[in-house]
Design a protein around this ligand. Structure first.
Ligand SMILES: C[S@@+](CC[C@H](N)C(=O)[O-])C[C@H]1O[C@@H](n2cnc3c(N)ncnc32)[C@H](O)[C@@H]1O
Length: 213
């Protein structure tokens, strides 16, 4: 059982230098290249951007990115990485609690990778899906349910309340509004900084909001 809530305090601690050293240097998720390669760049929101790898990947490919996170420590690390990558002008870093924040305009692309706020996971996906413009794309990368429920990030396993299935996400996407393009459950191996490896079980859902056919 998780013994804490995924609130701002939790995530600030998570991203405090030292604790953040692992995720703070992680490369972008491989699903971006697979799922987004064919899309023309436009505006994008990275919801729960952490240390910014995915936002920077998008900016390098011409997207104008709003990268939002509840943790100032994560955004500060992310902004340093964006400067080093030379994409400062293409990313707006926004400190916001996405369970209450509202954007001023919809985005051509809304993506989220492993973000799990204090509100229920699927309710969070409902919120961010509403911010996709007609004809735009939603990309969700989450932790797969049923694979080593643990005690949160310190135990390395995602907590059960942060896990989902592809079907649980697509069930929330009204077929009259969304065309589901990808809905997969997959595993991959990632390297830890000490050279060892670990397996991750992921859910990847990509959907296109109808409206500009
Ligand atoms: C596990 S990290 C993933 C970071 C990054 N997207 C990645 O894939 O490496 C989850 C991120 O979601 C952010 N987050 C959690 N709750 C949030 C909320 N309510 N609003 C905005 N960001 C939130 C955390 O601060 C953290 O950076």
């Amino acid at each position: 059982m998780t013994t804490h809530t995924f609130d701002e305090q939790y995530w600030e601690r998570h991203w405090t230098p030292g604790a953040a050293s692992v995720m703070g240097t992680a490369p972008p998720h491989p699903y971006l290249a697979i799922e987004l390669a064919g899309l023309p760049p436009g505006t994008a929101l990275d919801a729960g951007c952490g240390a910014g790898a995915e936002a920077i990947w998008l900016a390098e490919r011409g997207w104008q990115v709003t990268a939002a996170d509840i943790a100032a420590a994560a955004l500060s690390r992310a902004a340093e990485r964006a400067t080093a990558a030379g994409v400062d002008g293409r990313v707006d870093w926004v400190q916001a609690d996405l369970s209450t924040w509202e954007p001023s305009a919809a985005f051509d692309l809304v993506l989220t990778n492993y973000a799990h706020p204090a509100i229920p996971q699927l309710a969070f996906y409902d919120r961010i899906a509403a911010w996709v413009a007609p004809g735009g794309t939603l990309l969700i990368v989450g932790h797969l349910d049923g694979h080593g429920h643990g005690h949160g990030h310190n135990g390395e396993e995602p907590p059960p309340e942060a896990t989902v299935t592809a079907a649980s996400i697509t069930a929330r996407l009204d077929p009259g509004v969304w065309e589901v393009v990808t809905a997969v459950e997959t595993e991959r191996t990632v390297a830890r900084p000490d050279g060892s490896t670990k397996r991750l079980a992921d859910v990847v859902v990509r959907a296109r909001r109808r409206g500009t056919d």
